[in-house]
Each structure stands twice: as C-alpha cells, then as structure tokens.
Design a protein around this ligand. Sequence first.
Ligand SMILES: [Zn+2]
Length: 100
Amino acid sequence: MIHYTCDCCKRKIDADDELRYIVRLEVYAALDPSEEADDDRDHLQEIQEVLERLDDPQEAEACSEVYHQQRFDLCSECRDQYVQDPLGRPLTAQVNFSQN
Ligand SMILES: [Zn+2]
C-alpha cells in the first residue's frame, strides 16, 4: 500500500481510501509574443531546449528564472481550497473585487 502526504497540510493520504490530487505548477517567462503567435511549435521547442539544459546544475540555476516547474500532492480538502485560491490571494480581496 502506498501512502502519500499532502504537501499542503502534511496529512497522510490513503490512496486506497480517498482521492489524491496532483498540482503541476509550470511558470515560464513569456517569450516574444509575436514569435509565440507565429508558430506554437517553435515556442515548445524553446521550452524543450530549456528543459534539456536543466540536466546541467549550473545551467539549471540560470534557467530557473526562465522556467520553473513544481509538483504537489494534495488531499481533497486542500485541493478544494487551492482551486478557489491558486495564487494565494486573500479571499476578502477577491470578494471586494467582484463587488466593484
Ligand atoms: Zn491537505
């Protein structure tokens, strides 16, 4: 039996008993918008090249500002909270914003 731990509340998730959610976070620098619009494959290839360079630890550090990827396991409760507030903004600010 495999046990996972929620990366948010550190609770153990029993994979047999409850759903586990995976958050894949991908943050990358927006490349030249005109290039991006021209051909999506070029854009993907540039990302691929960045990923390949991540094998080299020194290059990885240089690339971390260009491309950042993280993966989290979440329990169902933390998942519900995360999808409501993925950027960690205060909920009150969101309510005020929607009322305006
Ligand atoms: Zn949790």
